[in-house]
Design a protein around this ligand. Structure first.
Ligand code: PFF
Length: 455
């Protein structure tokens, strides 16, 4: 068998995994969910899940990858033949995410263009975003541009170049975001927003909050979709899985946290909390231009910001597409080019309705959701929890946590949180996931019958 290449060292591994983890999930998705699901309450639930669920699942996935040296589809099967199916379900997730991820990537590209061409102030107008996504051709053209760029990069294998650039962009993005967040927090009226973001209000606690936070955790950390198994398969035995997971978590959560601090207080300072908190996927595009319009040098800062977000989005979409392409190559026994074309066809089939669903097809809904929200829901709130659940059962009761603890402790490394790891994998995570999934499925059925929500 061909020897797998490996990352040059611990830093190399952390940077690569963080590059996949940090993307639109942190900057675009986290803030609108936090706004929608009760601010401080969402943040608290998210943090609790990150240090328990997130930690255990990421450590398990990386350990499975490193132990087997295989990608998800084969890794489960190698450890136990009957569990091959889990690798397949995991592989479906990136294929569902990539098309709509690229629609949002297209929106980012459009906003970069708006700021670069000097019309950023026009985007501060409340109707601007609605008009943009409501049109048929323009968002579709930006989507095509984004997915086309991703495909070209994957096809020509020039990811390394993009990764190099993004290694410079990422730290700049962090610094810039902190600066924007500080500015936003200091604006008049923003303190109310800071309070909303930091202080948990128990009235906001619901099953939906937990489901949303859990889905976001998987999405943001690239969990429950086989990605971390593949990354683990490239990791060297002498590097510590436990401390790498800790670093990736801090990095990923830190960026999401800053993005929330940049956007949520700004809703109170430059927007209208009564309506904006519930905006959903458009939130970042509605609020940030308003903020940049008031900031000294806001047009340049806005252009720089969207450029860096575009890079973060590209590194993530590349890693998503790579995953889908390699699955297609293996399963259809075709070359890279054909696989890329097939993936593009798939992206068109799922991406075009996602783009139109915000405008001309807005009235077409599935279980009450527009196409984009529907694909987001199916992957984050249904498939990923299912994959996570079975992964826990697989590790907890089939191969047993000890086998992964041994992997994590390879080379006399001490696994400090092994107790937490075992309890989360065997009991806490599976019970929690079943309870949450059952109540949300029940809610969908209840809504279909009665027309109103039970949760
Ligand atoms: N974790 C990425 C984000 O937060 O944007 C999304 C993602 C990227 C998921 C790459 C999966 C992946 F392979």
């Amino acid at each position: 068998m061909e020897k797998r290449s490996s990352f040059t060292g611990k830093i190399g591994f952390i940077m690569a995994a963080a590059g996949s983890a940090v993307g639109l999930g942190n900057i675009w998705r986290f803030p609108y969910l936090a706004a929608q699901y009760g601010g401080g309450m969402f943040l608290l639930v998210y943090l609790c899940l990150a240090v328990t669920f997130g930690f255990a699942l990421m450590a398990a996935e990386i350990a499975i990858g490193r132990k087997t040296g295989l990608s998800a589809i084969e890794a489960f099967g190698k450890l136990n033949k009957k569990w091959t199916f889990l690798g397949y379900i995991a592989a479906i997730v990136p294929a569902i995410i990539l098309p709509y991820y690229s629609v949002i990537g297209g929106w980012v590209a459009k906003y970069l263009w708006v700021f670069v061409s000097g019309s950023g102030n026009a985007a501060a107008n409340s109707e601007y975003f609605e008009t943009f996504i409501g049109a048929a051709q323009e968002p579709l053209a930006w989507f095509a541009l984004f997915i086309g760029a991703t495909a070209l990069i994957v096809l020509f294998g020039v990811e390394k170049g993009i990764e190099k650039v993004s290694k410079i962009m990422m730290p700049v993005l962090v610094v810039l975001s902190v600066g924007i967040a500080v500015y936003a927090v200091c604006m008049e009226g923003a303190m109310e927003g800071v309070k909303y973001y930091f202080v948990p209000n128990f009235e906001h606690f619901s099953v939906k909050t937990v489901l949303a936070a859990m889905g976001q955790l998987f999405y943001s950390m690239s969990l429950a979709m086989g990605i971390m198994i593949t990354y683990g398969s490239y990791m060297k035995k002498e590097n510590s899985i436990e401390s790498s997971v800790g670093h990736i978590e801090i990095f990923d959560t830190g960026i999401a946290f800053i993005a929330g601090l940049m956007i949520i207080p700004a809703i109170y300072a430059v927007g209208n909390p009564n309506t904006d908190l519930k905006t959903g996927p458009g939130l970042m595009f509605v609020i940030l231009p308003k903020l940049f319009a008031q900031m000294p040098g806001g047009q340049i800062i806005g252009a720089a910001f969207f450029l860096m977000v575009l890079f973060a989005a590209l590194t993530s979409s590349i890693s998503l597409m790579e995953t889908v392409v390699s699955v297609f190559m293996d399963k259809f026994r075709c070359g890279r080019k054909i696989a890329c074309v097939l993936v593009l066809v798939l992206c068109a089939i799922l991406g075009i309705p996602s783009s139109f669903g915000n405008g001309i097809w807005a009235s077409v809904t599935i279980i009450g959701l527009t196409f984009l929200d529907f694909f987001d829901f199916i992957s984050n709130s249904v498939l990923m929890p299912i994959v996570a659940f079975f992964t826990c059962i697989f590790v907890g009761y089939v191969i047993k946590p000890q086998s992964l603890v041994d992997e994590i402790e390879t080379g006399n490394m001490k696994f400090k949180k092994r107790g937490l790891f075992t309890i989360v994998i065997k009991y806490f995570a599976p019970i929690c996931i079943v309870a949450i999934l059952a109540s949300s499925v029940f809610d969908v059925i209840y809504k279909l019958i009665t027309g109103s929500s039970w949760l």
